[in-house]
Ligand binder design. Structure first.
Ligand SMILES: [Zn+2]
Ligand SMILES: [Zn+2]
Ligand SMILES: [Zn+2]
Length: 134
């Protein structure tokens, strides 16, 4: 259940189906286009609300951005981690957090309090590297 067990409308069920069928990371606009192929009447506001519900349920993660829009992807992990997004095919893999307490130490020593951080990693996945000869 992508929405964390909440009651699902027909539109939300369709949006969940399309999200599950997408191969990797996507923007809300891309999801809207993919949903519109099956149900032209679903508005962008409905898409945004469904995405918010999935993020609140912890099934959907913010994994980066593309062209100023948030990139989202399904992720089953709930421990602290980050994501590596393929800029060619949009596949996503989880990566461990590269930051250690030592990285924060100078700021903490000056009295700063760090409450959260975000890291987005971009590159090419193994199969895109092979097909592009990079
Ligand atoms: Zn993840
Ligand atoms: Zn790729
Ligand atoms: Zn981290």
């Amino acid at each position: 259940m992508l929405y964390g067990g909440a009651r699902m409308s027909t539109q939300r069920r369709l949006i969940a189906e399309v999200v599950t069928a997408l191969p990797g990371a996507f923007t809300a606009e891309e999801l809207h286009r993919a949903v519109a192929e099956r149900a032209p009447g679903v508005g962008l506001a409905t898409i945004y609300r469904a995405l918010c519900a999935m993020q609140a349920a912890g099934t959907l993660s913010h994994v980066g951005e593309r062209g100023g829009s948030a990139l989202l992807a399904l992720c089953g992990r709930h421990d602290h981690h980050h994501h590596l997004v393929c800029t060619s095919c949009a596949s996503v893999v989880g990566v461990e957090c590269p930051l250690s307490d030592a990285a924060f130490a100078p700021a903490v020593k000056q009295g700063h309090l760090i409450t959260s951080h975000q890291i987005a990693l971009y590159g090419l996945c193994a199969s895109c590297r092979t097909s592009e000869g990079a």
